[in-house]
Structures are given as C-alpha cells and as structure tokens.
Design a protein around this ligand. Structure first.
Ligand SMILES: [Zn+2]
Ligand SMILES: [Zn+2]
Length: 103
C-alpha cells in the first residue's frame, strides 16, 4: 500500500460521527473533512475531554452487533458504562458498499 494512502480506522469523528481515516501522524474525518495532526485521538472520541480537562472516558468501539437501531460500524461507548453507546444525532446518507465514507 502506498505511504500516502488514508487508512480507515475504528474511530469516529467527535464532530459528526464520521469515520476517521489515518495517514502517518495525520487523522482526517471521512465525512466532515476535519484534519488533525498527531493521531486519531485528536479527532475521535477516545481523546474527548470534559470541560475540566479530564478524560471523558469515551472510547470508539467496533459495533459487533449491528441492528437497525444501531447500524453504525463504529460506536462510542463510555468505559464506565459499556452498555450505553452514545447515540448519533443525525444519520448520514449511507453510501453504497455499506461504508460511512466515500473515498
Ligand atoms: Zn467529522
Ligand atoms: Zn477513537
């Protein structure tokens, strides 16, 4: 695989819940296009902080049981309450092929 290719990760964007892509030290949201330096944690929920700067204890997680209510491949869970995924507020159009991204 060429070095400059974006690779899809099991992380989702903090802004729009789009899938996070990674390339070297860069991370990019496949949906809203936000790009950050320094890795996916700067863009995905794993790096989310509370207002006081503490770890929000949220983690991106691959959805192992896809249901109509929770059709996303990657969900966000609170590591204190692993059964309560963060709900997506708006559903993006699903692209053919089943992904949440179009590259
Ligand atoms: Zn995004
Ligand atoms: Zn993450």
């Amino acid at each position: 695989m060429p070095k400059d290719e974006w690779k899809i990760t099991d992380h989702v964007c903090r802004i729009c819940f789009g899938r996070v892509l990674a390339r070297g030290t860069q991370a990019r949201c496949a949906d809203c296009g936000t790009e950050v330096e320094g890795g996916h944690r700067h863009l995905c929920w794993c790096g989310a902080k509370l207002r006081d700067g503490k770890d929000a204890r949220l983690r991106c997680k691959r959805n192992t049981e896809i249901t109509p209510e929770l059709p996303m491949e990657v969900i966000v869970v609170c590591i204190d309450k692993p059964v309560a995924p963060v709900r997506k507020r708006t559903r993006p159009a699903r692209v053919s092929g089943g992904g949440w991204f179009d590259v």
